[in-house]
Ligand binder design. Structure first.
Ligand code: PRX
Length: 643
């Protein structure tokens, strides 16, 4: 049975959908959109101008996404489980919310925000651990038309401040502490430090996660529970009427240059895209529970913990803790405890669990599992098979899903259980998505087997509409490199059968444990140390993280000990960006390879870090070719020492 009118349940239906999305996108997407609840219908389905990077979907329509994610289901299936929450500590009680209850909580949170004077169009920063209040906050913003900007709880005070400033957030929602395994993170202290440099923030709402004593600034800081107790006027929880193209949220992501970009998604297109992809890629069946292990601080959590599953009327599980605490069976226990049907995770975590237990979780039958999903980075064949055979016991469909913060939702993936599964290949494009591969000279590769830079030829409802406050940056980054196309930044192979395999970034962006980090951002952080004169960061193959961060650093620390020098640089990167950005290898070198015009030859550093010196190519244009063997030795020594 189809869970939604737009669910595709065979390859024949998939092919027919691709054809009709291609031939007549307006009527195809209008039909999909028809199954949502609109306050006012659209005047045009799609407007698209690749040159100006202007796109609009369902223009003229009015709606509120939370009516579609909550009210609609609360009316039809009020008692159905909407959100289950599992705490960090297995001995602590979890929390469960039916659709009726989740709606009430979101309405009340919306009332709290309104009482604080937050209104449509305002921006709200959210810096919370993975607790239900994070979901309430996100949806409450959407309910009142405020733009949420969630900042991952692992980012530092400086990174938080730069995001709060860039988005001119009026309110910050945070917590006293976050729990991560055995560790406590002093979130409010970090937020306080960030707030010293975030003048736009007028009020701070503090959720007591652990009850730790934290400083509260009078007139600025408010306790969540206290505000909650005052927000008992149901009229304040109503849903604001939004335009289809009103911004829904901002989410920062790293690029190859400059500071992270505030990617903006808008209301109607994002709604249609996340629901359509959730229902189709995972082949969601009514009553199923979806367990996505991402953090809501990243796009995967936005689209496939919060919006996609709730728009589809599914039960979504959010987990506060770590896969390996108190031991590495935690996820398997949760799958059994909640009878999860869909399990969506990242290759890094699988590789690390696999390293601990090659045989897989044999003592967990996990009979409820039907679909496995992978996201965030290329999945190597070994991890793919371990996932399929040991976690899925060979009986679950496995879908490797390729997409990006900018795409809003899944773009290339197998529809679970349909068509062929090819390890390491993400599979086929969703209907309406037209991938094109470009060679190094920008020539479009003919159909069939090919390799090149992955571009997209047609607009899709979930595409990012702008970079907050800097539309030109969106145009330049994505629409100017291959005019007439959206450029993804990824390299890609296409098989004879038309299946796509993503090979990794072709720009200066690293993918470390599925987290996106710009090399320029990392270098700026390293260069902020007064003893460092310059640095260059490249990725190198890492058996667990996919890519490790290797920084070649030119510095003068005098005769200070190595451990001290390393610690200072690593701590500084942790302070400026966050612990996820700490380089895995610091290679101190006498100089960087440069062309005669002074440009750093990253290609050479990449080859050294990938230990592929044989294919280094021409180094005769280097200012100091003699540096190369010195850098090679320094890298290998450092790597040996680090292993
Ligand atoms: O390089 C691709 C990689 O992650 C990048 C997008 O990162 P982010 O915006 O943080 O979003 C991650 C979650 C959607 C892409 O440009 N990537 C994502 N999914 C895959 C992938 N690489 C290979 N296979 C995937 N399934």
């Amino acid at each position: 049975m189809k869970s939604h009118p737009f669910q595709l349940s065979s390859m024949a239906e998939y092919r027919a959908a691709c054809q009709s999305a291609d031939e007549n996108p307006a009527s195809f997407w209008a039909e999909v959109a028809d199954s949502f609840q609109w306050i006012q219908p659209w005047e045009s389905v799609v407007e698209s101008d690749f040159e100006a990077a202007h796109f609009a979907w369902f223009k003229g329509a009015k709606l509120n996404i939370t009516i579609n994610a909550l009210d609609r289901h609360a009316r039809i299936q009020p008692q159905a489980l909407a959100l289950a929450w599992e705490p960090n500590d297995p001995n602590e009680q979890g929390r469960r919310f039916s659709y009726a209850e989740l709606l009430q909580h979101v309405e009340r949170t919306a009332g709290m925000l309104r009482r604080l004077g937050i209104k449509k169009g305002d921006t709200v920063g959210i810096y919370l651990p993975m607790v239900p209040e994070l979901v309430f906050s996100v949806l409450a913003c959407a309910r009142i038309g405020a733009i949420h900007s969630v900042v991952f709880g692992g980012f530092s005070a400086q990174a938080l401040a730069s995001r709060l400033n860039d988005a001119s957030c009026r309110l910050l929602i945070t917590a006293d502490e976050a729990l991560r395994g055995a560790k406590k993170i002093a979130l409010k202290n970090i937020a306080d430090e960030a707030l010293l440099a975030s003048p736009s923030v007028e009020r701070v709402l503090v959720f007591a996660r652990t009850g730790a004593k934290v400083s509260m600034k009078p007139g600025r800081d408010l306790d969540w529970a206290e505000s909650w107790s005052h927000a008992n006027n149901p009229a304040l929880g109503h849903a604001e009427t939004m335009d289809a193209e009103d911004p829904l949220f901002i989410l920062y992501t790293s690029g190859s240059t400059g500071k992270p970009k505030g990617v903006v998604h808008t209301t109607a297109g994002y709604m249609v895209w996340t629901a359509y992809t959730f229902v189709n890629v995972f082949q969601y069946k009514p009553g199923e529970l979806h367990f996505c292990t991402a953090d809501i601080g990243w796009i995967t959590g936005h689209s496939y913990i919060v919006y996609g599953p709730l728009l589809a009327g599914a039960s979504t599980l959010m987990f506060e803790g770590l896969p390996n605490w108190p031991d590495s069976n935690r996820w398997w226990q949760l799958i059994e405890k909640y009878k999860a049907n869909i399990f969506y995770t990242a290759p890094t975590a699988l590789r690390s669990l696999m390293a601990d237990n090659k045989e897989g979780p044999m003592e967990f039958a996990m009979n409820s599992l039907r679909v496995l999903g992978s996201v965030g980075e290329p999945i190597n064949a070994e991890a793919w098979h371990w996932f399929k055979d040991k976690v899925g016991k060979g009986r679950c469909a496995l879908t490797d899903t390729w997409w990006q913060t900018e795409t809003g939702g899944i773009m290339i993936a197998a529809l679970a259980g349909m068509g062929s599964e090819l390890p390491t290949y993400a599979g086929l494009p969703l209907p309406g998505i037209v991938p094109v591969l470009m060679d190094a000279n920008g020539n479009r590769q003919p159909a069939g087997e090919a390799e090149g830079n992955l571009c997209l030829e047609k607009p899709w409802p979930g595409m990012a509409r702008t970079v907050y406050g800097d539309h030109e940056r969106l145009r330049q980054t994505y629409f100017s490199i291959h005019p007439g196309y959206y450029f993804t930044g990824d390299g890609c192979l296409r098989s004879k059968e038309g299946m796509y395999r993503i090979t990794g970034r072709v720009d200066d962006v690293l993918n470390v444990s599925g987290h996106r980090l710009g090399t320029a951002e990392l270098e700026n952080a390293i260069n902020a140390h007064s003893c460092v004169s310059e640095s260059a960061v490249v990725g190198y193959p890492h058996s667990i993280k996919g890519q490790g961060i290797c920084a070649f650093v030119v510095a003068d620390f005098g005769n200070r000990p190595v451990f001290e020098r390393n610690k200072e640089v690593l701590d500084l990167v942790g302070k400026i960006i966050g612990p996820i950005a700490r380089p895995d290898l610091l290679v101190f070198v006498p100089g960087l390879p440069k062309t005669r015009s002074g440009k750093i030859m990253r290609r050479i550093l990449r080859k050294i870090a990938e230990e592929q010196s044989d294919s280094m190519g021409d180094i005769s244009t280097l200012l100091e070719p003699d540096l190369v063997p010195i850098l090679q030795t320094a890298f290998l020594n450092e790597k040996k020492g680090g292993d």
